[in-house]
Design a protein around this ligand. Structure first.
Ligand code: PLP
Length: 448
């Protein structure tokens, strides 16, 4: 694919950066030494100066079919011309129904209801609210407690932040988080599982047993447990083999709903359409966003088993069953982008392509084991993480430095704490894997 036309692109130095307060960014540091992206095609981003940067993060874990897909552009422009917006409250338009039906077709069997949102954070808060409403509708309104996991990330709404376990995200708001929330321990145990390939084999299943202890503490007040199948935002923490099965069994034993947050793992990231299929463990609800439109237009969706939805369909027909929704739930333009995205995923078999690349991806990543300061490498599907040692005195700065060095050397990679996180578009080929790994080796070799 050719680089996009650069006509009209302003050089980075000409951009006034004073007004935009950037999200999850050290604004002053960034603006002193900015990294600007102004175009994208296929596996590559382009800077205003025309420099090619290979995308090893699929944007922010979302551009699974690669950048600049013409089909999505066409579908979005057609839809904007035909119906730019339609309300979703007490009014419907064909595309939202059509997209929901298509999504149900690609979801694991039994997940036959979909609620539309605009983001991962909204999907998480929606799923938590549906779980609470479900119990209440069945006469178990005492189930109000939500369980998350240390080092989990479930977005930035008050619900997601409360069940989330990222210390820095919670610190500033600690006194204002939801009550009735508790957390499972995280599953990362480098003392036993460092340099695991795929699912860690050397123990950790007992981290799931902590749920039994929470049930003992809180009795039958627990409504739902929410976990990411792979905790990506804190450095791709892969759960040990057997952990998910154990968590499911304990939830079943105690009438607790299990929610998978598939905002990252959904839409092919693990080489299966959804992570539940990779693990062979079914949640009761799962959240999605990001890859659902290939990142092109904001959209999220919560999938649920029919029984969850049906439990709320018992009152008078004239009664609104769930007092919840967003102005842009099922936005026609987002649905058009989503339908075009699903067409691409299905035609190019991208929802399962990761499975055939997983071994090559794993071998390539683990070849970096001998680079300076590397203390762990993890992988699952087309996700990877390279963890670096902190500096003397515990200073966590090597991964940030590596991210900057990589961008300058032509690779876009995420970093979190001391970990570099990789999740390239699922269209990647061997040549891209080689380029990502070779550049990473060079950059890591230059960091003391
Ligand atoms: N849940 C998970 C697992 C995520 O990784 C993210 C974002 O990275 C979110 C929720 C929040 O999604 P958003 O940023 O679209 O609100």
């Amino acid at each position: 694919m050719n680089a996009p036309d650069r006509a009209g692109i302003r050089p980075a130095a000409d951009i006034d950066m004073s007004s935009w307060w950037m999200p999850f960014t050290a604004n002053r540091q960034f603006k002193a030494r900015p990294r600007i992206i102004s175009g994208a095609k296929g596996m590559y981003y382009y800077t205003p100066e025309g420099r090619e940067v290979i995308d090893a993060s699929a944007g922010l874990w979302c551009v699974n079919a690669g950048h600049g897909r013409q089909e999505i552009t066409d579908a979005v422009s057609r839809q904007l011309a035909e119906l730019d917006y339609a309300p979703g409250f007490n009014m419907g338009h064909p595309l939202a129904f059509q997209f929901a039906s298509r999504l149900v077709e690609v979801a694991p069997a039994g997940f036959d209801k979909v609620f539309f949102t605009n983001s991962g954070s909204e999907s998480v808060d929606t799923a938590l609210k549906i779980a609470l409403a479900y119990h209440r509708a069945r006469g178990e309104g005492h189930r109000t407690r939500l369980i998350g996991r240390e080092r989990g990330y479930h977005g930035v709404g008050f619900g997601g932040m409360s069940v989330g376990g990222m210390v820095a995200n919670r610190r500033m708001f600690a006194n204002s988080l939801l009550p009735h929330v508790d957390h499972l321990p995280h599953t990362h145990d480098p003392s036993r599982n460092a340099f695991s390939r795929g699912l860690p084999e050397h123990g950790g299943i007992e981290f799931a047993d902590a749920l039994e202890r929470l049930v003992a503490l809180h009795g039958d007040t627990i409504a739902a447990v929410i976990v990411e199948p792979v905790a990506c935002s804190t450095g791709a923490l892969v759960p040990p083999r057997g952990y998910m099965e154990r968590l499911r069994a304990i939830c079943d034993r105690h009438g607790i709903l299990l929610i998978f947050d598939e905002v990252i793992t959904g839409f092919g990231r693990l080489g299966t359409p959804f992570a539940s299929q990779y693990f062979g463990v079914e949640p009761d609800l799962f959240t999605t966003a990001k890859g659902i439109t290939n990142g092109a237009v904001p959209l999220g969706a919560v999938f649920m088993k029919g029984a969850i939805h049906d439990a709320l369909m018992t009152g008078p027909e004239a009664m609104i069953e769930l007092f919840h929704g967003y102005t842009y739930s099922g936005h026609p333009v987002a649905c058009a982008a989503g339908l075009a995205t699903l067409d691409i995923y299905q035609r190019e078999k991208l929802l399962t392509r990761g499975a055939s690349l997983e071994k090559e991806w794993e071998d390539a990543l683990h070849s970096l084991r001998d680079c300076p300061n590397v203390v762990d490498i993890r992988n699952l599907g087309i996700i990877g993480a390279i963890e670096l040692a902190p500096r003397e005195g515990g200073e966590v700065s090597r991964a940030y430095e590596a991210m900057v060095g990589l961008f300058e050397a032509g690779v876009l990679m995420r970093y979190t704490g001391d970990t570099l996180a990789l999740s390239p578009p699922l269209i990647l080929e061997s040549e891209h894997i080689g380029r990502i790994v070779d550049t990473t080796r060079k950059v890591l070799s230059g960091i003391s």
